[in-house]
Design a protein around this ligand. Structure first.
Ligand code: IDP
Ligand code: MG
Length: 150
């Protein structure tokens, strides 16, 4: 099934100038980036986005991290894209993430793990709605021998 996922390069990815390399992981795989926004997340948006973790001990430091500097928000489209991107991203703890994944290759610390990706169709829909207006999503057709999407 063709799906859309919300993916976000966190402040450490932007600060470390890894944006191009991370885009390449998705583009090389054959996924389609249909929206992009560099955004300084404020405290309200951080708390809403990570609401499911509000009671966790790491929540204050997570909010501080995610609001510390701009993030790069994206919508990515493709066949089974939600689970595919979670595989490309790797485990939450970069020390446990397989080499070859983004977290496995670029990070060492759970609290600086480079990237966010939606974990289900329901969270993708919620997160895309939080970060993007409808008219910011360019759902163009790919005209390419390798990729033919509706
Ligand atoms: P995910 O990003 O792989 O979906 P979640 O469990 O949803 O992982 O956690 C959201 C984010 O909260 C993680 O990506 C990470 O930045 C942070 N986080 C999760 N667990 C910990 C922890 O134990 N210590 C510090 N930060 C954590
Ligand atoms: Mg999560």
């Amino acid at each position: 099934m063709i799906q859309k996922s919300f993916v976000m390069m966190k402040p450490d990815a932007v600060q470390r100038r890894l944006m191009g390399k991370i885009f390449s992981r998705f583009e090389d795989k054959g996924l389609q980036v249909i929206a992009v926004k560099l955004i300084q997340i404020d405290e309200d948006l951080a708390k809403t986005h990570y609401g499911e973790h509000a009671e966790k001990p790491f929540f204050p430091s997570l909010v501080e991290y995610i609001t510390s500097s701009p993030s790069l928000a994206m919508v990515i489209k493709g066949e089974e894209v939600i689970s595919t991107i979670r595989k490309i991203v790797g485990a939450t703890n970069p020390l446990e993430a397989d080499l070859g994944t983004i977290r496995g290759d670029f990070a060492m610390d759970m609290g600086r793990n480079i990237i966010h990706a939606s974990d289900s169709p329901a969270s993708a829909e919620r997160e895309i709605g939080l970060f993007f207006d409808e008219d910011e999503i360019c759902d163009y057709k790919i005209i390419d021998n390798n990729l033919i999407y509706e």
